[in-house]
Design a protein. Structure first.
Length: 151
């Protein structure tokens, strides 16, 4: 008598596959049923009120603001040169390492600590020297360039 070609593992795998298929069909039917019960278009609408907040109720037309095309500015207005900060700042060297070529300067006005690299130096500096410098944005924040000693 010949053995059955179907082993126990094959039967179990087939049962799992059929169960998975039935579960998939049930989920599909549930989604179809929920789809028919979906809310109306009005329930899905969102409105923006006069303050720019999202609401579920329509906006009151009496609160509508009229904006003229002439009032819209799509550019940055020019700044008055007298309002711009002076580009050259004064400070004191709080730390400088000659061997590594970097240090920090404390701005006398803002008390901000600003990074300085040896490439940004005009005069040789050491700790506690008073200096004048310009600030540019480096890769990790503000950096001092054009650093000169001041008397």
């Amino acid at each position: 008598m010949a053995k059955s070609k179907e082993t126990w593992n094959k039967k179990e795998a087939e049962k799992k596959r059929q169960k998975k298929q039935k579960d998939k069909e049930l989920k599909k039917e549930e989604r179809k049923a929920k789809g028919k019960q979906s809310s109306s278009l009005e329930d899905m609408m969102a409105y923006v009120d006069e303050n720019g907040n999202l609401t579920s109720t329509p906006v009151d037309p009496t609160k509508k603001k009229v904006i003229r095309e002439e009032d819209i500015q799509v550019f940055v207005p020019r700044q008055d040169p007298s309002l711009q900060k002076e580009t050259i700042r004064k400070g004191r060297v709080t730390f400088f390492n000659d061997s590594k070529g970097y240090g920090f300067i404390k701005d006398l006005e803002t008390q901000e600590s600003i990074f300085v690299h040896a490439q940004g130096l005009i005069d040789n500096i050491k700790e506690n020297d008073k200096v004048s410098f310009e600030v540019t944005m480096g890769p990790k924040g503000p950096a001092a360039v054009g650093v000169k000693l001041t008397p």
